[in-house]
Design a protein around this ligand. Sequence first.
Ligand code: ATP
Length: 365
Amino acid sequence: MAQIRIENLRKEFGSFTAVQASTFTVEDGEFFMLLGPSGCGKTTTLRMMAGLELPTSGTIHIDGEEVAQKPASQRDIAFVFQMFALYPHMNVGKNISYPLRAQGVPKPEIQARVMEVAKILGIENILDKPVGGLSGGDRQRVALGRAIVRRPKAFFMDEPLGALDAGFREHMAEELRALHDRMGATTVYVTHDQLEAMQMGDKIVVMNHGVVEQFGVPQDIYDWPATLFVASFIGSPPMNVLRFEGSLAAGDRQLVLADARIDLPELREGLQGGLALGVRPENVLFDDTSAYRGRITATEYLGTTQIVTLATPHGEIKARLAASAPAKAGDTVGLRFDARKLTLFGTETGRALRSAGNEKVLAHG
Ligand code: ATP
């Protein structure tokens, strides 16, 4: 399997720049997610990595070899599309063996490799069946089988579960991840679904408007967003963002908001002007000793937790509390934010200020 290194990758379509100077590395054996909203450039990035689109500039190294100008057929990768086009006139076994037959691999080896793949996918018993009557899941397995059987260096998948309904999608997501682990494969996977990316990925690249906003492991991206875009795109509900005008300096450990003192992780850089305090809903705590007040406007019961919406001097925020915590619409409560988990942003650049909390994550990203 393979390491894939992307440096300053750029794609222009006429005067429109779909991908701007992307840089990241997919390590050997990783399940790697390209995540972002529709039109952010993730499919274009994947297609350039796969050799289906030529970059305008930049480099792509697969296992140390520069391949940016090479066609897909010379990259030894397998591309799994959203719509699985199986050959309807061939049975399951023939669909899976097709790439090997096209390469002229000897028959006994084809048989052995198809059996091996069928076992990995748990479809040995349907090899003789026509593909016409297969369930959605089996069709997906056959399509995957056809990709796996070539033993490519890496798998590239573009929203492969996009067409499936929610419950089945979750099941196939687990199956895909388990399959990846069994094979020790390198997989690059495009999705616009942040939950899917968090659940399945070893690493995530978050893109917006053709720009890599952040790159790292899911937990770091969730805990320490590098930009306001990542803060609001990841998490459900997303990170609360309290905007204010002010002045912060390196070394500061506190900030005054609406006459209340808010503890911060020690800042490593300062900024004057438009600022924002980012706090995840689970890090908003009720504390009557706090001078920062909010009025409860709604509660949403979720079983083990509840989402409480509050009106504050800095707009609406959401808190995630235990379902049993007392919270009644109309009540005014004191609010404290978990100081270890706060991020400050400059609103003009949209970038996070470095602090004792996030400096390691930002250095890697
Ligand atoms: P989606 O999930 O909607 O596919 P995406 O993040 O994968 O979104 P891309 O398909 O990479 O986005 O497209 C990025 C931008 O580039 C879009 O604005 C799209 O319209 C544009 N684009 C993609 N391919 C072409 C092309 N061949 N010619 C012109 N513009 C293109």
